[in-house]
Design a binder for this molecule. Structure first.
Ligand code: SAM
Length: 236
């Protein structure tokens, strides 16, 4: 199918099915291939506005337990369709986020908080800036956001060196002391524009996950350099 027709096709289909954006089909495809969100999972969705991934994540939780915490720098209401009271949104800049903010957010709001171990089974990041039309700058900015998401999920070098203070942050349960909010065995999905630094980033992720795969979902605009890295089964 021609590029424009394919893009229009996904936009129309999203509207017809009740999704707030065509990006829903990207996560649906990733979910179908890798089952990154399991029934009852605790999911963190970084860069969640306007909410299509929140819809797919909530649908994937099954009927009872689990929760989805969305975060975006912009205000984003919880979409009406496919989402229920297991979905909460925090308006914040991921680059300034401290894991302790996520812990307190859920202890206040979530009915699931009492059973929450202080970690997430899946961390998803579809964060991106609006592109500035300068390819090298766009790639760099996208890589920085992907690195931010990875630092939240699995910690970064600086955090690992500061293990003691992280232990204080995660004093809420069995996840205590582990840098990064993703639980062992958990899954990570992150968007980035392919270019300088992206292979090195993928290589770095391979230290943390049993398997790391590049994916370009069919609903991605064909002219785009946008790809997703899917990291499966965080190493213990
Ligand atoms: C492509 S949209 C996400 C679409 C979303 N996954 C969906 O399916 O509806 C990218 C989002 O990343 C957000 N974003 C960009 N930088 C961010 C940051 N530093 N912190 C939090 N969100 C950010 C933007 O505000 C934007 O809403």
């Amino acid at each position: 199918m021609a590029k424009r027709l394919l893009n229009d096709h996904f936009s129309r289909l999203a509207k017809a099915k009740g999704y707030v954006a065509r990006s829903s089909f990207k996560l649906l495809e990733i979910q179908e291939r890798f089952r990154v969100v399991r029934p009852g999972a605790h999911v963190l969705d970084l860069g969640c506005a306007p909410g299509a991934w929140l819809q797919v994540a909530c649908q994937s939780l099954g009927k009872k337990s689990g929760f989805v915490l969305g975060l975006d720098i912009q205000a984003c209401p919880v979409p009406r369709s496919f989402c229920d009271d297991r979905v909460r949104i925090l308006q914040a800049d991921a680059r300034e986020l401290r894991p302790v903010d996520l812990v307190s957010m859920h202890s206040v709001h979530s009915a699931a908080a009492s059973s929450w171990s202080g970690g997430f089974h899946a961390v998803l990041s579809d964060m991106c800036h609006s592109t500035v039309g300068n390819s090298a700058a766009d790639v760099l900015r996208s890589l920085e956001l992907a690195q931010t998401a990875a630092a939240i999920a699995v910690g970064d070098r600086e955090e690992r060196d500061k293990k003691a203070s992280l232990e204080e942050m995660y004093s809420t349960g069995p996840a205590g002391g582990r840098p990064g909010v993703l639980l062992p065995g958990g899954h990570f999905v992150v968007k980035l524009l392919q270019g300088s630094g992206s292979q090195e980033f993928a290589q770095e992720l391979r230290q943390h996950f049993a398997k790391v795969t590049w994916v370009q979902p069919a609903a991605t605009r064909q002219e785009s350099r946008e790809m997703y890295l899917v990291g499966l089964n965080r190493r213990h």
